[in-house]
Design a protein around this ligand. Structure first.
Ligand code: AMP
Ligand code: TRP
Length: 334
């Protein structure tokens, strides 16, 4: 087995990217690009597991691409492309559908959350979504996968699938077992309205999240309205256990200001939450609004974005085809 490190990750083009995507995934993508070979994919085939308006989907793919670039991904260093243009993803997903087990998929909590109360009406694609995610990673024999904590279970499934393939086809180290890279300090950014739920694109209220394209005024308004606590800020982390919204604001602030949570809490001890909110809004405006402006600028030149995806697709396809050739051989396909 080659010991070379290879990073792969994907982001769904389902609308605005938010602070959770930024702190949980994109920032990590950018720092990894400085150290190892990286492949970053706009996963449009994953997005369509839930109906997407065809008129919107293309724009969303370009906007996600623009967000990749605006946060600092460099197409000359990393391979940036969209999933549906490399047909190997769909082909390997089919093969892995035959390796993965129904019992494994039945344990996936994200399916349960997304399918809601009427599971019979969910698409088959939504159910086998984690197999496609395993295909994304294994198609490139990626070794490391930067994701937020919500994707940990899917990564574990990818490892199980890789291992079963290696066993079934008697090729012990054919697929490396991909390792998740989950940010230590802020693996799950929570909703500004409910600290027990993750910040998400699908949450109805826009006040629950900070979008990368939010203006300074919007950021100030949203942080002001964010749920916190009527007491002053305690000096002890344990006192925040039952106050998830307050803990979330402090965790975001410490991450953006590159300080530890302990240090942030000791600095803020005894202050009102309004003080934290003013400082947090300021820090977010400094960090996020330049990214938002860059996204808007990049979106003005769609042909440039399309040409970046096209070049990325060509590079990704070469690796994918070579690996697929070996995969087909292992299985005995002609
Ligand atoms: P998605 O938008 O669901 O495709 O997610 C793209 C990436 O962002 C994945 O690595 C997710 O784990 C990560 N992510 C999404 N929401 C959050 C969140 N609230 N906190 C941390 N990471 C997140
Ligand atoms: N399922 C991931 C999410 O919703 C997106 C994704 C698809 C992904 N394929 C991937 C992430 C491969 C990492 C590796 O966030």
């Amino acid at each position: 087995m080659s010991k070379k490190k290879l990073v792969f990750s994907g982001v769904q083009p389902t609308g605005n990217l938010h602070l959770g995507n930024y702190l949980g995934a994109l920032k990590n993508f950018v720092s990894l690009q400085k150290q190892v070979e990286c492949i970053y994919c706009v996963v449009d085939l994953h997005a369509i597991t839930i109906f997407q308006d065809p008129n919107q989907l293309q724009n969303n793919v370009l906007e996600t691409t623009a967000s990749f670039l605006a946060t600092g991904l460099n197409p000359n260093k990393s391979i940036i492309f969209n999933q549906s243009s490399v047909s190997g993803h769909a082909e390997l997903a089919w093969i892995l559908n035959c390796v993965s087990r129904i019992g494994w998929l039945n344990r996936m909590t994200q399916f349960k959350d997304k399918a809601g109360s009427d599971k019979e009406k969910a698409s088959v694609g939504l159910y086998i979504y984690p197999n496609l995610m395993a295909a994304d990673i294994l198609l490139y024999k990626a070794t490391h996968v930067p994701v937020g904590a919500d994707q940990k279970q899917h990564l574990e499934l990818s490892r199980d699938i890789a291992q079963k393939f290696n066993n079934d086809f008697n090729c012990k180290e054919f697929f490396p077992l991909p390792e998740p890279l989950i940010p230590k300090n802020i693996s799950r950014v929570m909703s500004l309205r409910d600290g027990t739920k993750k910040m998400s694109k699908s949450e109805e209220s826009d006040y629950s999240r900070i979008n990368l394209k939010d203006t300074a005024d919007e950021i100030i308004k949203k942080i002001k309205k964010a749920k916190s606590d009527s007491n002053t800020i305690p000096g002890d982390i344990n006192a925040l256990e039952s106050k998830p919204e307050a803990l979330n604001l402090l965790t975001i602030y410490s991450e953006i200001t590159k300080s530890s949570l302990e240090k942030t809490i000791s600095e803020m001890e005894g202050k009102e939450y309004s003080f934290l909110k003013t400082k947090l809004a300021e820090a977010l405006i400094n960090e996020i609004t330049p990214v938002g402006k860059e996204i808007e600028k990049l979106l003005k030149d769609k042909s440039h974005l399309i040409s970046i995806l096209k070049k990325g697709t060509e590079k990704a396809n070469i690796i994918a085809e070579e690996n697929l050739k070996n995969i087909r051989e292992k299985i005995g396909l002609i």
